[in-house]
Every structure is written in structure tokens, then in C-alpha cells.
Design a protein. Structure first.
Length: 254
């Protein structure tokens, strides 16, 4: 778990350097979320293409990521407008400024995301890997195979892990990210759960904040001033697939 968190911290630093390099101006909360998404995307892309020429190993990943972080820190240090205490203060004010309903809604989404991904895969007392529900049981074995093939199979350029010699045309980039964490020493459940939690929460935060800002710009004077709960409602519908099928899933989960 610690390795995964350190890796995402490194990605955040790299993403922050990109937002500063391109002078992207956001509110403090959005800047954190955008920086994390940009950093994860950029670092993973670079690691992927370097793996074609440099043997993919724990040492190469660590050295390449450390090099990216050092360049990013250097770039951020040259930005005179960036002040870490000021950013932290702004973030604290944004969190404290949330209404009680907003804090409860945020706590609900954070809790449910951690719960869903935390129970998706787990090892039992005998060391056997179990799926938390039938959706994971039917779908994730393919993703585990792709991630394991990247982590330990030197699958560059990518080939289908099931059919040898056939190029891998499935969207595999999230699985490569899990493969990076597995190569760094994380277990299969952690390598899939941590990226799922981090990136899902980033999506939720950007969906609500940017969605409410967009609605604010097109509202008429007679409409309510805040659209955050409308955006949260849309997010809730998306989270539960826009229907009542999740009721059957809850029956299985409990």
C-alpha cells in the first residue's frame, strides 16, 4: 500500500509541474485533481514506452520515476507564483467552507468507492485469491492476466496474454498501471484497488466541481445559485448505472 501511495505522490508532483508549465489556472481543489490525473497519465505513458528499450523491472521503474520527479521539482521551483503554504491554506479553506450536506455527500462517495474497490479482490486464509462479486469474477481475470503479463512477462510490444503472437488491441493502459505496481511489489488486490480508488475519486471530484461550474454559467437568474447537488445527483445515477439493477448487486454483496 505504501509503495502505491508513494507512486501516486510522485505522479502528482509530475502532474503539478505540467499544470504549472502550461499555466493552467484552476481552483485549488481542481488543480490537485487535474494534476493527479495528468501525472498518472504522463508518468505511466513514459514508463510504458521506456519499457520497450529498457528492461522492465523494479529498479528501472524507480529510477525513471525518480528522474521525472526531480525534473518536476526543478520546474515547480522555477515558478515564482507557486507557494506551497498558500496552496495548502486554500485547500483547507475549500474543505472547511463546505456545508454540512456537502461534507456528508463527499464522505458518502469516498466511503462507497473505498468499500467497492476494497472488497473487489482479496486473499482468504489459505492464500487463495477471491472475487468480491460476480462482476469481478467474470471480468477481472482478463485484466489480471494483462497486468501480470506486463509485470512479469516483459510484454513489450503488447501481445494478447491468451493468444500468443496476436497484438493486444484491448484498451490495456489501466492494466499496465496495475502491472507497474505489481512489479514494484504490491499484491494483486492492492495493485488494482488503489488506482481504482484514486482515479475514481478524481473523476467524481472533477465531475461535480466542473459540472456545477458549467451549470452555473448557463443558469437563469431565477434558478438556484448552487448546482453541486444536481451534479451529485447525476453522479449518483451514473454510479448506480442509471437503473435499479444495483439492488441485485447489494443482495449479493450482503
Amino acid at each position: 500500500m505504501i509503495i502505491s501511495l508513494l507512486f501516486f505522490l510522485a505522479c502528482f508532483i509530475c502532474g503539478l509541474a505540467l499544470t504549472r508549465l502550461f499555466k493552467l489556472e484552476f481552483s485549488p481543489v481542481v488543480e490537485v485533481l487535474v494534476s493527479l490525473v495528468l501525472g498518472v497519465t504522463g508518468v505511466t505513458l513514459i514508463l510504458f514506452f521506456l519499457a520497450w528499450v529498457v528492461p522492465f523491472s523494479r529498479v528501472s521503474i524507480a529510477v525513471e520515476t525518480a528522474g521525472l520527479v526531480m525534473m518536476s521539482v526543478w520546474r515547480i521551483s522555477r515558478d515564482r507564483s507557486f507557494r506551497l503554504p498558500k496552496v495548502l491554506k486554500s485547500l483547507k479553506e475549500a474543505v472547511v467552507g463546505l456545508s454540512l450536506k456537502g461534507k456528508l455527500a463527499a464522505a458518502f462517495f469516498i466511503t462507497i468507492v473505498i468499500w467497492i474497490f476494497g472488497r473487489a479482490l482479496f486473499f482468504d486464509s489459505n492464500g487463495q485469491l477471491w472475487a468480491g462479486d460476480r462482476l469481478v469474477w467474470t471480468d477481472w481475470p482478463l485484466h489480471i492476466a494483462m497486468a501480470a503479463n506486463f509485470a512479469w512477462g516483459n510484454n513489450f510490444p503488447p501481445q494478447n496474454p491468451t493468444f500468443a503472437g496476436i497484438p493486444l488491441i484491448y484498451p490495456f493502459f489501466a492494466d499496465f498501471l496495475s502491472g507497474v505496481l505489481m512489479q514494484l511489489g504490491e499484491s494483486i488486490p492492492v495493485a488494482f484497488a488503489v488506482p481504482g480508488v484514486v482515479l475514481t475519486l478524481c473523476f467524481f471530484g472533477l465531475f461535480v466541481v466542473l459540472g456545477s461550474q458549467l451549470l452555473e454559467k448557463v443558469r437563469s437568474p431565477k434558478e438556484p445559485r448552487s448546482f453541486k447537488f444536481i451534479a451529485m445527483g447525476a453522479l449518483l445515477l451514473s454510479l448506480f448505472w442509471g437503473g435499479l439493477g444495483w439492488v441485485y448487486w447489494l443482495k449479493e454483496a450482503f
